[in-house]
Design a protein around this ligand. Sequence first.
Ligand code: MF3
Ligand code: CO
Length: 243
Amino acid sequence: MDKKGIDMVRTACKKAREIIEELKEYLVDGISTFEIELKSIELMKEKKVISAFKGYRGYPANICISVNYEVVHGIPKKGKILKEGDIVSLDVGVKYNGYYGDCADTFPVGKIEVKYKKLIEVSRKAFEKAIQEVYPGSKTGNIGYVIENYAKKYGFSVIKDFAGHGIGENLHQEPEIPNFGKKGEGSILLENQIIAIEPMIAEGVGETELLNDGWTAVTKDRKYAAHYENCVLIKKDGIEVLS
Ligand code: MF3
Ligand code: CO
């Protein structure tokens, strides 16, 4: 990507992250996920961005909110009420001047069980491990390998049905960044590419199925999952985490 494009993605990512940070304050016992959706519409307006998700392949909402055993692409709903002990993944993608930014994180509602704290921590730390594998000439398999390996160390599994992705003038573009893989395999990473790395970590075996809303992906065994996502710029001599 050229310098101008990179600057736009950087700004888009920064705004997406700010929105998540503001939304997380609303994750309290008794609130519906639809109310969070409404707040996100307000924040996007304020920040002069539009949702990258609404209308994407027919996705009906502004953001994704995935609770407990929901893995990704949870559609905000009026009847979906958060309660103490839940873990909630917020996934926010925005478009700014024709360029995209995308990020996600998982947060507790009030007090949660220790094992879920660990699950969230492992999803975040898997990302930190993964970025050590990001440099021009590296391969997507190196990233996937370290994410899966790290999750397994704690007895967790990775979600294989969804993956990270390149990002820029499209929300999703080449290369695909799976959360599993073999060292030295996959697509090669290039200088000035931007990739969204998104560990999705589950307690159980990590297989998923879709709810009949056509979007919400849940674990088949109904074990909980956590999701963390950031966009990363690949530079000649390092990386920059954009979101
Ligand atoms: N944030 C998701 C991702 O990282 C995309 C959501 S897809 C949508 O790939 F359909 F919900 F928009
Ligand atoms: Co993404």
